[in-house]
Design a protein around this ligand. Sequence first.
Ligand SMILES: *[C@@H]1O[C@H](CO)[C@@H](O)[C@H](O)[C@H]1NC(C)=O
Ligand SMILES: *[C@@H]1O[C@H](CO)[C@@H](O)[C@H](O)[C@H]1NC(C)=O
Ligand SMILES: *[C@@H]1O[C@H](CO)[C@@H](O)[C@H](O)[C@H]1NC(C)=O
Ligand SMILES: *[C@@H]1O[C@H](CO)[C@@H](O)[C@H](O)[C@H]1NC(C)=O
Length: 405
Amino acid sequence: MGTLKLEMTFVFFLTCLCFVAPVHPAAPPNVTISDLSYKNTDFAMNLYRKISSHHDKNVFFSPLSISASFAALLMASGGVTRQEILRVLNLDQLESSEHPQLIPRLFQLLQENIAQNGSLKLDQNMALFVHQRMELQNEFEDKIRTFFHADVKRVDFADTKGSVSYVNEYIRQKTQNKITEMISTLDETSQLLLINSIFFRGAWQLPFNSDLTRDAPFYIDNYNILQVPMMVKEDKFYTSEDIPLGARLLKLPYQEGVSMLILLPNKGIDYTVIDDEINAEKFQSWVEGLRKTRLEVSMPKFKMAEEYSLHRLLPDMGMTSLFTSSANLTNLSMEPGLKLSEVLHKAVVEVDETGTTAAASTTIGIVPYSLPRMFLINRPFFFFIYHEDTKCLLFMGRVINPSSN
Ligand SMILES: *[C@@H]1O[C@H](CO)[C@@H](O)[C@H](O)[C@H]1NC(C)=O
Ligand SMILES: *[C@@H]1O[C@H](CO)[C@@H](O)[C@H](O)[C@H]1NC(C)=O
Ligand SMILES: *[C@@H]1O[C@H](CO)[C@@H](O)[C@H](O)[C@H]1NC(C)=O
Ligand SMILES: *[C@@H]1O[C@H](CO)[C@@H](O)[C@H](O)[C@H]1NC(C)=O
């Protein structure tokens, strides 16, 4: 009897261990989606600097969807490739060898949090096109779908014409005809192509009255002056000033729990000076330092559709091996020499007067004692569209010419 009891205890103990051990190998890492948002913001500013160092035109991209694309590839990669992706995305501190799924899971939670109210429609698409002869690890396809809602599609890249039209047709359908020609050529040696696109069109909490929109000058620089449709609105807005930087800030809230933060360099301040100064810490302090005050805001209408070949930009930032035949993508496929050929990102935004007219109960009749201060956006400016609750940077842009595009 004695031995039996002992044996049972022993078995019970072992069973316990088996259940407990895999679930809690260590205390779960202490990171939140706010940490992820903060890291993403710093990555965004670094990427912005990279893009702006190549040209002095308009810039618009979605840091969230770019980070997410590479975080998806993180699930496929190992070794040096993985380390480089982590470092460039600024996520190496969130990496935990005991929890390889932690980063994908954080992205999933962040996206769920942003979409929580259901009213925010971020038209996001991510797809990975893989050469059809390649044998894939089963797990990868499930994981990329679960965590990132991304599709994996088979293409015969050797048939370049056929694969270009296949990819374009796929993207056209996914974006409901908003992108009809994503790519025009493909290299026949391509193995792996990642495409992501995102559209944004929010409704202002305080819409502009389109009857008041007038053409007004926009000073690209001292020599180039354009006439652009300028929207006007007088109301109480959150604003502040970054005196050391030489810029003013203005928040324009949307109805969907997101806001646009505008950074307008003071007259005479070269916007390229601002380029070097922006980072996640500054961004957070701008958002936290805003105060409500009555303002007359004048802002140009604009539309932007920008496209970036990230396989040309990211190697300069330190993500090199992913795009060479030494890429370690063993969790995607055991195929030797597999590498990522192209990563394309396209982001579209439209800024106009629109909001819900019901929300526009203007306070006619209250006569301010002094004329409201002006916030006149008539020269190049920066803007950031972010999710209020998580401070997640959804988009970042720079407007040099509001009427190009
Ligand atoms: C975990 O998070 C809490 C709350 O943010 C913090 O107070 C604590 O210091 C963190 N612990 C570690 C080990 O980082
Ligand atoms: C790669 O695959 C191995 C084996 O399935 C797994 O243990 C590991 O966690 C995977 N790595 C990542 C980053 O998902
Ligand atoms: C690729 O990464 C995995 C996981 O980190 C590692 O076990 C493997 O040795 C690496 N392969 C090469 C060729 O570096
Ligand atoms: C969305 O959620 C935020 C925070 O929970 C809330 O303040 C906001 O009113 C919600 N918006 C809508 C449209 O439900």
